[in-house]
Design a protein around this ligand. Structure first.
Ligand SMILES: [Zn+2]
Length: 396
């Protein structure tokens, strides 16, 4: 997200943020065929770029662009597609390659298999327009858009993609005036959990686990049983009935995920609106993802809530602090003494040093907030700082 100066109706607005606005597309049969054909051409170019990289010639983007122009001259199949999109695909590949060197954990770009990758096409400003509330793409392709909300400004680019359910979307990059939130005071500490998604220092902001996935678990299990019954072994082409069942399962998954996302958005908005400092346990979802379905679902809920909270908090200019989870449940929020590890079924924290008693989750949330308020990011940092200042006091 970047901030730049922008002119709206003659008034200079100091800050505009760049965001994505996504809309559902009602692509007709002809448009779907055209978009899919375009995707296969782009996929071919991506795979060609990956091949060039793997075979050791490592061409630059400029070189690839020249190669594309030459290839388009010789191939009517490539010429049927839009030059803008094809070039954009090579640019995306270049960016992915760069990230594989600079971003930790990112691998080199790999081949995009026909059956395994979902279509995604990028169009820059020259490559698309919006006319009569329809999205107009090169080569005479027009797609009706479901304008669920108005675009805040003229879009600078659009990504058109299909999800696992076969629905098409257009994601526009637009500039938007930064919405200013009212000034808030005070801080909040947030500790993630399994039965309660977010335990907070202020009980009004506790986020309970809504169980969207649990609610559709029976339906989901039914769809999955259908899938396994209809599955053809040995790499054979799957039947239409199998595909129906797998689409049903995917639909249920997506429905639950969307409900979870909606809940976390509403919650994150409330939290960000009324706090200046937001201290969040830096929870890594993969720790819980190994086991049962309930835990996976709660993992997903925590992931969604944390993502929304961080994004909204930073966008609103709040102080957002990620606190390491180590020792947060064992530490006393009053005197910062470290106690014995609490078993999972012990719900009350009792400090052996100062006798402070509190609910286990509430104490942990308070510790997280206290760490952030002292300008640190882990309980250990605070302890080290405290012991070193005690030495100083002793020396005086
Ligand atoms: Zn204590």
């Amino acid at each position: 997200m970047s901030v730049l100066k922008y002119r709206v109706a003659g008034v200079v607005v100091e800050s505009v943020e760049t965001v994505r606005y996504t809309y559902r597309l009602r692509a007709g049969e002809g448009a779907v065929a055209a978009l899919e054909a375009e995707w296969h051409r782009c996929r071919f170019l991506w795979n060609e770029a990956v091949h060039q990289q793997k075979s050791g010639s490592r061409p630059t983007f400029g070189k690839l662009s020249t190669m594309l122009t030459a290839a388009r001259k010789g191939s009517s199949w490539l010429r049927e597609g839009s030059h803008v999109t094809q070039q954009q695909m090579l640019r995306t590949d270049g960016a992915a390659l760069n990230h594989s060197f600079t971003v930790k954990g990112r691998g080199r770009p790999t081949f995009k298999a026909r059956k395994k990758t979902l279509p995604s096409l990028e169009y820059t400003r020259n490559g698309f327009s919006v006319r009569d509330s329809r999205l107009v793409l090169p080569k005479g392709v027009t797609v009706p858009v479901v304008w669920s909300r108005a675009l805040p400004s003229e879009p600078t680019s659009v990504r058109i993609y299909r999800d696992s359910l076969g629905h098409w979307y257009a994601s526009f990059v637009v500039g938007r005036e930064t919405s200013t939130l009212p000034d808030a005071r005070g801080g909040i500490g947030i500790d993630w959990g399994v039965s309660t998604v977010a335990n907070t220092t202020d009980v009004r902001f506790v986020l309970r686990y809504a169980g969207h996935r649990k609610r559709c678990a029976a339906q989901l299990a039914k769809a999955q049983r259908k899938m396994s019954r209809r599955h053809r072994k040995g790499g054979k082409v799957q039947s239409n009935r199998y595909r129906d069942a797998s689409r049903e399962a995917a639909r249920l998954h997506k429905k639950a995920a969307r409900q979870t996302q909606h809940d976390s958005r509403v919650w994150a908005r409330r939290v960000v609106e009324s706090h200046a400092t937001i201290a969040v346990e830096d929870f890594k979802p993969k720790f819980l993802a190994k086991s049962t379905m309930a835990r996976k679902a709660s993992d997903a809920a925590i992931g969604a809530a944390k993502r929304e909270l961080l994004e909204r908090g930073l966008r609103a200019g709040r102080k957002v602090v990620l606190v390491q989870p180590a020792y947060t449940t064992m530490t006393c929020s009053e005197c910062f003494a470290r106690n014995k590890r609490l078993d999972l079924d012990v719900r009350t924290f009792r400090c052996a040093t100062c006798g402070h008693t509190a609910g286990r989750d509430w104490n942990a949330a308070r510790v997280i907030l206290a760490v952030a308020e002292r300008g640190h990011t882990s309980v250990d940092d605070v302890r080290h700082w405290q012991s070193s200042s005690e030495v100083l006091v002793g020396a005086v």
